[in-house]
Design a protein. Structure first.
Lengths: 419, 239
């Protein structure tokens, strides 16, 4: 009988010692491949399995169907969107977006159709079936790998959806960036770890298997105005939209640092101590968040009544350090100076006013800094055609309007001195 | 109590799931059982978490005919297990998932957050000889979503067969194979596991130690599963 016991124990020990090899390249439109990727995500996160959640529904659609859905969605959005011409004009006046027409949207949808392998929305994953690639051998070899990687990312969002509030309501654009950086950084981290578990096409290998190195390289490229024109800041689009891509590398760096230090356990705990400002993501991990400042006053009511909505500004927001960085990059401040200046951000408020009768906009953006910007940074900002930029101590005041006569007399912060 | 430990790159996680059970005899053939599990976790950040499982009350009827003993019962769980959607959501869900995995998803309604269940149970044992007893257990339970964004009603079912083999005086070897039919949302509908226990049954109670290995997907050591196993320890005292 003791022999039976020993044999049984040995069998259980052998079973417990089973290991798995690398994932083979597969076609993400096939259910077996989708399940392989889902299980790989579960193993990488180490959170176990919730049988009541399972894998989210995955539908596969053609490129044409996806294009039709995007166009329909754009039409619906346009129909239901509440127009906010003051914000459109304010961003234009600040140089954060270009003045564009309808062709941009068509180009953008075509681009989206080409670039998207899969996406997660409202509990469902959609996979886009692209025709088999041809031409560049590297592209041909890597497309299935890249598709698997994208699906792994989207399935992480499905898992997050049962843990985090993905429909969060932010208090400001700055806070919105910070929350998105956490969510996308988390998904990007596990996406990268997933990639390390897939057998690469023959002849290819990873330069580094440290996710922190990967995300740091990505971040440095995206924050640069130099280097590879396909990965630098300008390559991401107009400044206001380019910032939205930074959630991946900045969030990735922050979470990869946690993962490097303490694996999945540290990442799980990181949600509770995640930064609330984009500044913290720009500063990077391991740097204590500096004491923030406040702005205790609104712009002077010199703005005529018709520029206000029931006595209030039409738009109020806090953009945060990362959008300040985008502003500086938009006005051609060198990348390293833009980053150093953005790291001086301690708080900001932006007020947008609008004249309904003349459809003119005025914007006042006040940024509290840790120390004044150097003249080399101020010089490119103070152009005759651009916003009016005034630095008073550690306060930077940016005003702009498409009503030159109004702007000439407007001194919004006269009653609100610098700190 | 079941314990599972997960060692990964740069981190580790240990989950213990003590289950308190009390069995009360109302009449010789009628019994009431109370059962409440707790999920405890200690991780490599030296952080401890604890969450309640779903308390479970069961009524049993039992009978025997010669070497055959059988039990039939019905129970209901109270949905105390819950996951908050927020910064702690992942930790809490991982805790419940790992707790259920340590038992091979057996009696999964004990650990399912935000849901309640009405399990219908049956068990039998057949004494083949003084040294060999064959056992079987089965249950089926509708599981209803009650809060926190969960929705729908699903069915869980489970069956196990095993044996008690007398090793030495008071020492029994108890192999067991179990299969759980998972909800329709699950990628794979079946979770099987193999377990082995050594029981010591002195006059003052029953002690056991054993291990359970999940075999197939989603939690198993074979295929694409999450490779989870559990060490089971227990003590029962007659009061």
């Amino acid at each position: 009988m003791m022999r039976t016991l020993c044999l049984a124990c040995g069998a259980l020990a052998l079973l417990a010692g089973c290991t798995q090899g690398a994932l083979a390249i597969c076609d993400i439109t096939q259910s077996d491949c989708q399940q392989d990727i889902y299980y790989a995500d579960l193993r990488l996160r180490g959170d176990g399995y919730d049988p009541f959640a399972g894998m989210p529904p995955i539908r596969t659609i053609s490129e044409d169907q996806y294009r039709t859905e995007l166009l329909d969605q754009a039409a619906q959005d346009a129909q239901h969107a509440v127009p906010q011409p003051w914000w459109d004009e304010a961003l234009l006046l600040l140089g954060l977006v270009p003045s564009t027409g309808g062709t941009t949207q068509a180009a953008s949808i075509d681009n989206q159709v080409q670039e998207t392998a899969a996406y997660y929305l409202s509990g469902k994953v959609t996979v886009i079936a692209h025709p088999a690639p041809s031409g560049d051998p590297t592209t041909v070899a890597f497309q299935p790998f890249n598709n698997m990687s994208t699906l792994a990312h989207e399935l992480i969002h499905a898992l997050q959806d049962r843990e985090l509030d993905l429909q969060f309501q932010s208090q400001s654009t700055d806070q919105d960036f910070a929350q998105k950086a956490l969510i996308e950084g988390d998904a990007a981290l596990y996406q990268r770890l997933f990639e390390y578990n897939v057998t690469l096409p023959l002849g290819y290998h990873f330069r580094s298997r440290d996710p922190l190195v990967y995300f740091s390289t990505w971040r440095d490229a995206n924050l640069s105005d130099q280097g590879d024109p396909t990965t630098n800041f300008a390559s991401l689009g107009p400044p206001f939209f380019a910032v939205q891509w930074l959630v991946y590398p900045l969030g990735g760096v922050w979470l990869a640092d946690q993962w490097d230090k303490g694996g999945n356990t540290a990442v799980r705990h990181a949600y509770g101590s995640a930064p609330q400002h984009s500044l913290d993501f720009l500063l990077g991990p391991g740097v204590a968040a500096p004491a923030s400042k406040t702005i205790g006053c609104e712009p002077q009511p010199m703005a005529p009544a018709e520029f206000r909505n029931n006595g209030k500004a039409y738009g109020i927001d806090s953009f945060g350090a990362v959008y300040f960085f985008a502003y500086l990059m938009g006005w051609k401040v060198p990348g390293s100076d833009s980053l150093a200046s953005a790291l001086l951000w301690r708080y900001d408020l932006i007020f947008v006013y609008y004249n309904q009768s003349t459809q003119k906009t005025a914007v006042a953006w006040r940024i509290e800094l840790d120390s004044p910007l150097p003249d080399t940074v101020l010089a490119p900002l103070t152009t005759p055609s651009g916003p009016r930029v005034v630095q008073d101590g550690t306060t930077l005041m940016i005003t702009a309007s498409d009503d030159p006569a109004f702007l000439a007399t407007w001194n919004p912060w006269a009653g609100c001195p610098s700190q | 109590m079941a314990v599972t430990h997960q060692s990964e790159t740069n981190s580790s996680l240990t989950v213990a799931t003590p289950v308190l059970r009390g069995l009360f005899r109302i009449r010789p053939e009628f019994l009431v059982e109370l059962d409440w599990g707790f999920a405890l976790m200690l991780d490599s950040q030296v952080s401890a978490s604890a969450r309640p499982g779903n308390p479970w009350v069961k009524g049993w009827y039992r009978d025997e005919h010669g070497p055959l003993q059988w039990y039939a019962g019905v129970g209901v769980t109270a949905p105390l297990a819950s996951v908050s959607i927020g910064p702690d959501g992942r930790i809490e869900r991982a805790l419940y998932n790992q707790s259920a995995a340590a038992w091979g998803l057996w009696d999964d309604w004990r650990w399912t957050p935000d849901r309640m269940a009405v399990p219908i149970l049956g068990a039998l044992s057949y004494t083949l000889s003084p040294r060999v007893i064959a056992t079987a257990e089965a249950a089926v339970a509708p599981v209803m979503a009650v809060r926190n964004g969960e929705s729908g009603t699903d069915v869980l079912a489970q069956v196990a067969v095993g044996a008690r083999l007398l090793l030495l005086h008071d020492f029994w070897l108890c192999p067991r194979v179990q299969a759980v039919l998972l909800p329709s949302a699950s990628v794979d509908r079946m979770q099987t596991a193999a377990g082995l226990r050594v029981e010591w049954t002195p006059r003052f109670g029953r002690f056991f130690v054993g291990a359970l290995v999940n075999l197939d997907e989603p939690l198993g050591v074979f295929g694409r599963g999450t490779q989870t196993w559990g060490i089971h320890l227990g003590k029962e005292l007659d009061l």
